[in-house]
Design a protein around this ligand. Structure first.
Ligand SMILES: Cc1cc2nc3c(=O)[nH]c(=O)nc-3n(C[C@H](O)[C@H](O)[C@H](O)COP(=O)(O)OP(=O)(O)OC[C@H]3O[C@@H](n4cnc5c(N)ncnc54)[C@H](O)[C@@H]3O)c2cc1C
Length: 115
């Protein structure tokens, strides 16, 4: 029996990513319907702490504008994480450590540096 309806329960990160991935694979089949159920009462985790550069590749595949997403989510770019008091400064030069998001970045990724 052919599956004709796919229900995704939860309209958070996992739900909408699943919907986009499935939509991308199945959009040519007009018989298949994908429905995302969101709860008006239960909020998303929505911490929005960060993600990795590969999301750009996903957004491109889904046809979602990166600029539009950034504005809608009031997001910013993060190039790395600073771990304060992570190192012994008598041994190392600093007491902090930067963990950068290392290359290779996906095609089309522009590195933005700030002063
Ligand atoms: C402090 C913190 C920092 C994090 N930092 C990062 C990070 O840097 N990078 C990263 O990638 N991830 C990070 N995460 C993890 C990431 O935020 C979560 O893993 C992700 O958002 C979870 O997505 P989800 O779809 O499972 O849940 P959610 O986004 O919470 O979505 C769940 C959805 O289910 C719905 N729902 C619940 N019950 C029902 C119901 N009965 N009927 C219908 N709908 C329902 C809710 O309304 C919601 O829309 C972090 C998490 C935390 C807590």
């Amino acid at each position: 029996m052919k599956i004709k309806r796919i229900a995704i329960v939860g309209g958070g990160t996992a739900g909408w990513l699943a919907a986009n991935h499935l939509g991308l694979e199945l959009y040519k089949d007009s018989e298949i319907e994908i429905i995302v159920f969101e709860s008006a009462d239960v909020p998303t985790i929505g911490v929005g702490e960060g993600t990795v550069p590969y999301i750009i590749k996903g957004l491109k595949r889904f046809g979602i504008s990166e600029a539009e997403l950034l504005v809608s989510c009031d997001a910013t770019f993060k190039q790395g994480i600073k771990f304060i008091n992570w190192l012994d400064s008598s041994v190392h030069r600093d007491n902090h450590y930067y963990h950068p998001f290392d290359p290779p970045y996906p095609e089309g990724f522009d590195i933005i540096t700030t002063g």
